[in-house]
Each structure stands twice: as structure tokens, then as C-alpha cells.
Design a protein around this ligand. Structure first.
Ligand code: SAM
Length: 262
């Protein structure tokens, strides 16, 4: 289980009270301001590089020849891995700073755009075989408009492969901090952490929602759930993070879905 104070390799995370956040909410989720530090940590840390990304790639399977959209692509690590496996990949992100790093990684020819998940997206109907959405849906309070757009741009039968904060893990973080009143499992709740990464400190707010609310959002948008996954870390994590893996060979952190557009 991740804890509120856990060192995630280069990202340390502290649960912040709602009163602290309300001081200046505009300072939250400003990925532009810490893009380089975040991307560097994401590249090598346990939860992104040795847990989340390998799990997404395993769920995607053989992607050769598939047309894939990376929604909230960040600095492009998953985009690059899918492209290396023979997929034709496009990506978008709300942060121009993250996209600049993606462009440096992927080259000028890469199809990258600034766009906002939750607003109309700049892609035609029935374009993609798959959409991958790594750790981005939980930035949205209402998943309805985002899922409707993703359903629109997926071909019928196409897949949405998504990872989000595990709702029970987030609830447990609040319980362990004695702050369960701020995050009832059954409510959709905004919660905030202070990330310190590469000498920069940033407020990051996400929306936690119970599993049944996720299922209702997916099915209500025209998706059929084919996989719900709580994977193990990549085997290489044992060598890279021996103490962390010895202490917690499996941990609750993110929840993964494979959904089929009906
Ligand atoms: C935790 S990072 C994950 C990046 C990448 N998917 C990965 O797994 O390495 C979250 C990303 O989502 C982006 N993001 C947050 N809200 C977004 C939105 N509404 N539309 C598009 N991108 C968004 C952020 O700018 C950031 O790059």
C-alpha cells in the first residue's frame, strides 16, 4: 500500500489538508512548472517505470499496426514504447511543458497536440484502434464528457486501456493519516498532495471515486469492461528496488481497466 509520506524514488508525497489547498487553488496541477523534474522521476521510479507502464504495455499486448492515441501522454514514455512495438501513435496533453519534453523524446514528426481531456478532442470519429489513458482520468471530477469523446474517436470494438489511482488505496492513505472524514470511500472527493520532486514542490489535486462510480461511468459511456487488473510490479523491480519490494512485494497503488467500445 502506498502511504501519504512514501518516498516514490524521486517523488515524495505529503497529504495536504483542504484548508491549505483553498489558500490558492490556482497553484495546483501546474505540470508546466515541474515538467522536467516530474518526467525525470517518472522515467526511473518504482510506481511509473516498474509498475504502471509495464502493466499498461502488458494489457495492450501486441500492438503492431494498431492506431493508438495516448491521452494525457505527458513526456511520452508510453507513446515511445508503443511506437517501438510497431503501433502508429498520436498523443495529447494539457501541459505544453510536458509536450515539449515528449517532442524532444519522440522527434519533430510525432503527432502531438495540446488538448484537454474533458473537452472536444481534435480527432475524427472512429479513428483509433486503442486509446491509452495512463493516470489522467483521475484529474477529472466528471468522467462523462471525456469518456464520450474517447468513445467517439475509437473505432467500434476499439479498446480504452486506462490506469487510475486505486480508490481503496486513496481511502487508506486518508485513514492512516486519521483523516477519513476528508475521503469517504463512497463519495467522489477531491484530494491533494504536495509533491516534492527534483527540488521543486507542487500541489497536485485529483478526484477519488469508488469503484462502482467508475464502472457506471464506463458502461454509461458505451464501454464494456473486459479486464480489471491489480497487477504485480515488473520483475525487474526486485533488483532495482530490493528493499521496497521485500517490504511490499505487492501493493495497492493504481487500478487498471481494459474497456471495449460497444
Ligand atoms: C501523472 S501524469 C502522467 C503522464 C503520462 N500519462 C504517464 O503515465 O507517464 C498526468 C498527465 O496528465 C496531464 N493532464 C492532466 N489533466 C489533463 C487533462 N484534463 N487533459 C489532458 N491532459 C491532462 C498532465 O499534464 C500530465 O502530463
Amino acid at each position: 500500500m502506498i502511504s501519504s509520506e512514501r518516498q516514490e524514488h524521486a517523488i515524495s508525497s505529503r497529504l495536504v489538508s483542504p484548508s491549505e489547498v483553498s489558500v490558492d487553488p490556482s497553484k495546483g496541477n501546474d505540470y508546466d512548472s515541474f515538467a522536467g523534474a516530474y518526467a525525470a522521476a517518472n522515467e526511473t521510479n518504482l510506481v511509473n517505470a516498474y509498475y504502471e507502464r509495464p502493466a499498461m504495455l502488458a494489457l495492450a499486448g501486441d500492438v503492431a499496426g494498431r492506431r493508438i492515441l495516448d491521452a494525457g501522454c505527458g513526456s511520452g514514455s508510453l507513446f515511445a514504447a508503443l511506437r517501438d512495438r510497431g503501433a502508429m501513435v498520436s498523443g495529447f496533453d494539457a501541459s505544453g511543458g510536458m509536450l515539449e519534453l515528449a517532442r524532444q523524446r519522440l522527434g519533430d514528426g510525432a503527432d502531438l497536440q495540446v488538448a484537454d481531456l474533458g473537452s472536444p478532442l481534435p480527432y475524427s470519429d472512429d479513428t483509433f484502434d486503442d486509446v491509452v489513458a495512463s493516470l489522467v482520468l483521475h484529474y477529472l471530477e466528471d468522467w462523462g464528457p471525456a469518456l464520450a469523446e474517447l468513445r467517439r474517436i475509437l473505432k467500434p470494438g476499439g479498446r480504452l486501456i486506462a490506469s487510475v489511482d486505486h480508490p481503496f488505496a486513496i481511502n487508506l492513505i486518508h485513514r492512516e493519516a486519521g483523516r477519513e472524514a476528508e475521503c469517504s470511500y463512497f463519495d467522489t472527493t477531491s484530494w491533494t498532495v504536495e509533491w516534492t520532486v527534483g527540488g521543486y514542490t507542487a500541489l497536485v489535486s485529483r478526484w477519488n471515486r469508488p469503484l462502482h462510480a467508475m464502472v457506471e461511468a464506463f458502461t454509461g459511456a458505451g464501454f464494456r469492461i473486459t479486464v480489471i487488473s491489480e497487477p504485480e510490479p515488473d520483475p525487474a523491480a526486485r533488483e532495482m528496488f530490493p528493499e521496497a519490494i521485500a517490504a511490499e512485494p505487492r501493493f495497492l497503488c493504481f487500478l487498471f481497466f481494459v474497456l471495449q467500445a460497444e
